[in-house]
Design a protein around this ligand. Structure first.
Ligand SMILES: *[C@@H]1O[C@H](CO)[C@@H](O)[C@H](O)[C@H]1NC(C)=O
Ligand SMILES: *[C@@H]1O[C@H](CO)[C@@H](O)[C@H](O)[C@H]1NC(C)=O
Ligand SMILES: *[C@@H]1O[C@H](CO)[C@@H](O)[C@H](O)[C@H]1NC(C)=O
Ligand SMILES: [Zn+2]
Length: 471
């Protein structure tokens, strides 16, 4: 019979397969981030600052050194590879000679009339970035005020540290068995913790690696799964984050979202996020969204920044494309902080790691659209999923795609229609380079309407020769 009677879902949660890693991004709270961190920059008045490759420094927390040797060796082998990739791919303009981070205020931060940021009642003894205590050497001196006085902002506490030379971004790496690790699915999580003052570019972030899930793999697993996961988490700290969209700038460095008189974007207390403008993300309604039971109307959150739009239009060969869908499943942070899996399957910045992960030009374009980076597009990896399939593929439901393909007796690829059963039956993937299992599942309970349409291929790594199968 026809697939019309089958209820299908794109499985976004981990399958019964250890190789599916789900990212559960959680936006940091406002008070976990230091904004407008200022460092002396002798070059800031020069008109055309040359862009230089970003210089990333990694700082391992003691929890990494305390891991069993096998695990800490893997960590220390993989991070330099991820750093190398992003250093070759991203360039920044606003480098400072020495980077020092801001210590954490004991109470709140006050901005004086002269624009000096100052901590009421001084700073905490130890400042944190995510789970990690920042070494004192990396910190500026505390500036404190004791009264609600606009003028008395005085240095206090230990002198400034020697700082981080040749550094545009520092990542603090820890491996603590935290609450977020205890859900058993989370492999790692990351976010930014400090933004600089000239462009709001992240200058510090953290990543925590859940120790139980670390290092259970073979060397090839480490390279094919662990490395792309680390590179993925890096981007949440560097720019791809629901809590950074409001800080994006245009190519001339002007904020894209409205700012208050004090220069901050508007904070939305309900969402616990700074608000971004509709020049960045816009909801788009699609009325004729075909699902098993008929047509429904759906709203999609679309990334619509210029470089992303250019790259996506060219990738899908759809010149009228209005934007690139963001993930809609998962908690709010996870949802808005990844590309939609249905349209970008094995792209590295979707929320679930399947296989053959690639960092495509579309993701690099987003990094360029932050306004903080220039990108080296020759570092992009080739994405086969959806390539040149046109507007019908990216703008219509996959139910509609499959139905049209089957009615015209053509292959529904890149989707598939074989119901997943035991034993698993593999077939050639659309590009004929690997074997795939069709991940189409029949659900006993009714699904909400919009999910009655999704089918996806799950790649297995092996070579599928086109000829050997055909006889
Ligand atoms: C850009 O990437 C290419 C390919 O990896 C590399 O050869 C080139 O040196 C990179 N350019 C910069 C400025 O890093
Ligand atoms: C449902 O939407 C599709 C386009 O996605 C359209 O071709 C079809 O005519 C619509 N069907 C109905 C009953 O409106
Ligand atoms: C892109 O789409 C147009 C029609 O919309 C088609 O003529 C052209 O061949 C397509 N290009 C590629 C590379 O598939
Ligand atoms: Zn993620």
């Amino acid at each position: 019979m026809s697939i019309l009677f089958i209820i299908m879902i794109l499985q976004i949660v981990a399958l019964n397969n250890a190789q599916n890693i789900q990212c559960s991004y959680k936006p940091p709270n406002k008070d976990e981030v230091m904004y407008k961190v200022s460092n002396p920059n002798p070059n800031q008045h020069k008109r055309s600052l040359k862009a230089n490759n970003i210089r990333i420094k990694i700082h391992y927390d003691s929890t990494v050194s305390n891991l069993p040797e096998e695990k800490s060796n893997i960590v220390k082998a993989v991070f330099p590879l991820a750093v190398d990739y992003w250093q070759k791919t991203l360039m920044v303009r606003n480098s400072v000679p020495v980077l020092r981070l801001s210590p954490t205020c004991r109470a709140k931060e006050i901005v004086t009339k002269n624009g000096v940021r100052c901590c009421l009642f001084g700073c905490l003894k130890r400042s944190r970035c995510g789970e990690v205590y920042i070494p004192k050497d990396h910190l500026q001196r505390c500036k404190q005020t004791l009264l609600f006085s606009n003028n008395h902002c005085i240095p206090s506490g230990p002198n400034q540290g020697k700082g981080l030379s040749n550094t545009d971004f520092v990542l603090y790496v820890s491996s603590g068995q935290t609450d977020r690790c205890r859900d058993g699915n989370t492999f790692a999580y990351a976010a930014h913790c400090q933004l600089e003052d000239s462009m709001d570019r992240p200058i510090a972030g953290y990543i925590n690696l859940c120790p139980d899930l670390l290092g259970s793999g073979t060397p090839s697993h480490v390279i094919s799964v662990f490395l792309p996961t680390i590179k993925h988490e890096f981007l949440h700290a560097l720019g791809f984050s629901v809590s950074l969209y409001a800080f994006y700038r245009d190519q001339d460095g002007r904020p894209l979202s409205p700012r208050l008189a004090n220069g901050d974007p508007v904070y939305d207390n309900k969402m616990n996020l700074y608000k971004w403008s509709d020049k960045i993300i816009r909801p788009v309604i699609r009325n004729d969204w075909q699902v098993a039971s008929g047509n429904i109307s759906r709203v999609f959150n679309m990334m619509i920044t210029p470089n992303v739009l250019r790259e996506a239009r060219s990738h899908f060969n759809c010149s009228t494309l209005k934007g690139v869908e963001l993930e809609n499943q998962g908690n709010y942070g996870t949802a808005m902080t990844h590309w939609e899996k249905r349209i970008l399957e094995n792209e590295a910045m979707t929320g679930t790691h399947t296989q053959d992960t690639v960092f495509s030009r579309i993701t690099l374009a987003l990094m360029e659209d932050t306004g903080w980076y220039l990108v080296n597009y020759s570092m992009a990896e080739d994405l086969a999923w959806g390539k040149n399939l046109g507007c019908d593929f990216i703008e219509k439901s996959c139910f509609s795609w499959i139905q049209h393909r089957l009615l015209s007796q053509s292959d529904p690829s890149p989707y598939c229609v074989r119901i997943k059963s035991h034993p698993l039956i593999t077939e050639c993937s659309a590009d004929r380079k690997s074997m795939a299992v069709c991940n189409l599942v029949i659900y006993d309970n009714p699904l909400s309407l919009e999910y009655q349409e999704m089918v996806i291929l799950k790649y297995r790594r092996c070579i599928c020769s086109y000829k050997s199968g055909a006889s």
